[in-house]
Design a protein around this ligand. Structure first.
Ligand SMILES: [Zn+2]
Ligand SMILES: [Zn+2]
Length: 218
């Protein structure tokens, strides 16, 4: 049975930052597992390797940004940039990864499972979002993939994702965004850019719990 669209509560681990994702349904988004080095470095930066699967994968649900709202605790939202293209949002209160954006003009936010509160009403992530459709960047995986890892993306999946995102853009579903200023397009939470040496530590430090104290600043 295909579930209809639902409202998905969003919350950080400690509950300070909260929000809501509207009209969430498997066909209203695109769920995948990303094994790229930057997603792993993001979790390591937050000392939250627990949000990764055993091979370093991040469970991400891409959906229209305009359907996501932050309703409380935005004073604790922070931004990290590991590459020029991606804004990575997280909370300073409890180091919960929120998600990723490609920029103010791209109508998509990739919500990370750690910011989803679906457990509150007893439904599994698969019930709410559908099973992950594919995995990407598996060459950066840090170990054998979990037995239930989704398959690699097919060409048709890329095409359907692209046409879905184009549809969101045409329908203006990228706005309003909780992450960028409506008028200036500047990020509402000033991005922190790591120095090359900070970045190198995260890259090398693949599975350890290093204790750099880089949270809560700014
Ligand atoms: Zn928190
Ligand atoms: Zn990634």
């Amino acid at each position: 049975m295909t579930p209809g669209p639902r409202t998905l509560p969003l919350r950080c681990q400690c509950g300070h930052v909260r929000g809501v994702a509207n009209e969430v349904a498997p066909r209203g988004g695109f769920r995948f597992v990303c094994y790229c080095q930057d997603c792993q470095a993001f979790a390591r930066f937050l000392e939250r390797s627990d949000v990764l699967d055993i091979a370093g994968g991040t469970d991400i649900f891409q959906m229209p940004t305009g359907r996501v709202k932050l309703t409380a605790g935005t004073d604790a939202v922070r931004c990290l940039r590991l590459s020029p293209k991606v804004f990575r949002w997280y909370t300073a209160c409890c180091a919960t990864p929120i998600g990723n954006s490609a920029g103010p003009g791209f109508p998509v936010v990739g919500l990370i499972h750690s910011f989803m509160g679906h457990d509150a009403d007893g439904r599994s992530r698969d019930e709410v979002l559908g099973a992950p459709l594919c995995r990407i960047y598996e060459r950066s995986a840090i170990g054998p993939l979990p037995p239930d890892a989704p398959g690699p993306p097919s060409a048709s999946l890329f095409v359907s994702r692209a046409s879905r995102i184009l549809g969101w853009w045409l329908r203006g579903l990228g706005r309003p965004t909780p992450f960028f200023d409506e008028h200036t397009n500047a990020p509402l939470f000033v991005p922190r850019v790591l120095t090359p040496s900070e970045r190198a530590v995260l890259a090398k430090d693949q599975q350890s719990n290093h204790s750099a104290s880089h949270l809560g600043e700014g």
